[in-house]
Design a protein around this ligand. Structure first.
Ligand SMILES: *[C@@H]1O[C@H](CO)[C@@H](O)[C@H](O)[C@H]1NC(C)=O
Ligand SMILES: *[C@@H]1O[C@H](CO)[C@@H](O)[C@H](O)[C@H]1NC(C)=O
Ligand SMILES: *[C@@H]1O[C@H](CO)[C@@H](O)[C@H](O)[C@H]1NC(C)=O
Ligand SMILES: *[C@@H]1O[C@H](CO)[C@@H](O)[C@H](O)[C@H]1NC(C)=O
Ligand SMILES: CC(=O)N[C@H]1CO[C@H](CO)[C@@H](O)[C@@H]1O
Length: 302
């Protein structure tokens, strides 16, 4: 085994799963579910709380958020139709505030979906009446296509519209994935299920890139066979998802990895990283690098 064939893939460790603080901004580069709960949860929240938690997906236009209640939901009210304390979920659509829902009592949000990638969860309590509060999940879901940049992280996920639910008919979504210069991009399906057809003529996910001025089709996928370490030769790939007028399925969740396509080089990461070689025989070197390390050299010999 020569060293040059051992391509090193760098994965960013899963980022914070949970947010319990009063307010802040959560920027998601991935498509993982995160949880947000009231101050002191599951104990009583304080009086006079004003917490604005902003959920933002970094790939503008590509993702909406779905909110669901997990665990307790118990907020003071309502009396008549007045919520003394409340959770209010809002987004801005075409420059106007759009309220997705206002919640109190024991009925929290369920399958509440936004149309845009930036949503604010506002929690307000007045001067009396404390309860256990809330714990809600926020899951990004795909709208249709978008611009994805691998500059800020070493991996990212993109999904079909509505995933994990059925994609619509007649969809045409373009996902443009760009990595820093001198990197290659590798694609791996975490979930893949498109209508099966001969030569993938009906529904498909197709990867294209431009190499020395020529458009090259890297691969076209349908059925349950998604990309498996599909590797680019350039740092920019266009993935096109197309569905025809019939036959829906649950779509795809694909991870794009920024790959050092050479034997030697350096990588910069803002998050703790995990190094893993693509060849199974190198798995033994996989290790987690603590975020306190400024610089670490990894040697791979074979
Ligand atoms: C909120 O719910 C999530 C998912 O069940 C859980 O992991 C998290 O610990 C909960 N938060 C608290 C403070 O209990
Ligand atoms: C992808 O490549 C194929 C074959 O070269 C071409 O027909 C198609 O138009 C390309 N699609 C995009 C979105 O560039
Ligand atoms: C990465 O891309 C370069 C061209 O930009 C190519 O020469 C090299 O073989 C690619 N590396 C891999 C591992 O595909
Ligand atoms: C990588 O770097 C090491 C040490 O600098 C060198 O010995 C080795 O030959 C290099 N490998 C390749 C394939 O260039
Ligand atoms: C956290 C993060 O990566 N934020 C980035 C989101 O995208 C904008 C523009 O593309 C960057 O400026 C941010 O750094």
């Amino acid at each position: 085994m020569n060293t040059a064939s051992a391509v090193i893939v760098v994965l960013v460790a899963a980022i914070g799963q949970v947010r319990g603080q009063c307010g802040g901004t959560y920027t998601n580069l991935y498509t993982d579910t995160v949880y947000h709960w009231s101050p002191n949860y599951p104990y009583n929240y304080p009086n006079n709380a004003r917490c604005d938690m902003i959920f933002e997906h970094n790939s503008t236009g590509a993702y909406g958020w779905e909110f669901n209640t997990v665990g307790y939901f118990n907020i003071d009210g309502p009396v008549g139709n007045i919520c003394y304390d409340y959770v209010r979920i809002v987004e801005t659509v075409n420059g106007r505030e759009s309220v997705l829902g206002v919640f109190c009592g024991t009925n929290g949000p369920r399958y509440l979906r936004s149309q845009t990638s930036k949503v604010t969860v506002q929690f307000r309590s007045d001067g009396s009446g404390q309860r256990q509060g809330f714990n809600i999940s926020a899951t990004p879901y795909g709208l249709c296509g978008g611009q994805f940049n691998l500059a800020a992280s070493n991996s990212l996920r993109f999904v079909s519209p509505n995933h994990p639910q059925l994609y619509p008919n007649n969809a045409l979504c373009t996902y443009t994935i760009t990595a820093p210069p001198n990197r290659n991009i590798s694609f791996m399906a975490e979930y893949f299920n498109l209508e099966q057809s001969l030569n993938c003529n009906f529904d498909y996910l197709r990867f294209n890139e431009t190499v020395r001025g020529w458009g090259v089709e890297m691969g076209r996928f349908c059925g349950t066979n998604g990309p498996y370490w599909l590797k680019s030769s350039s740092n920019r790939v266009t993935a096109t998802f197309r569905s025809d007028a019939t036959g829906q399925s649950y779509g795809f969740k694909v991870v794009a990895y920024s790959v050092l396509g050479r034997a030697n080089g350096s990588l910069r990461a803002k998050e703790p990283i995990r190094l893993e070689s693509r060849a199974p025989q190198y798995r033994a070197i996989a290790q987690k690098v603590p975020s306190t390390y400024q610089h670490i050299a990894v040697k791979l010999r074979s």
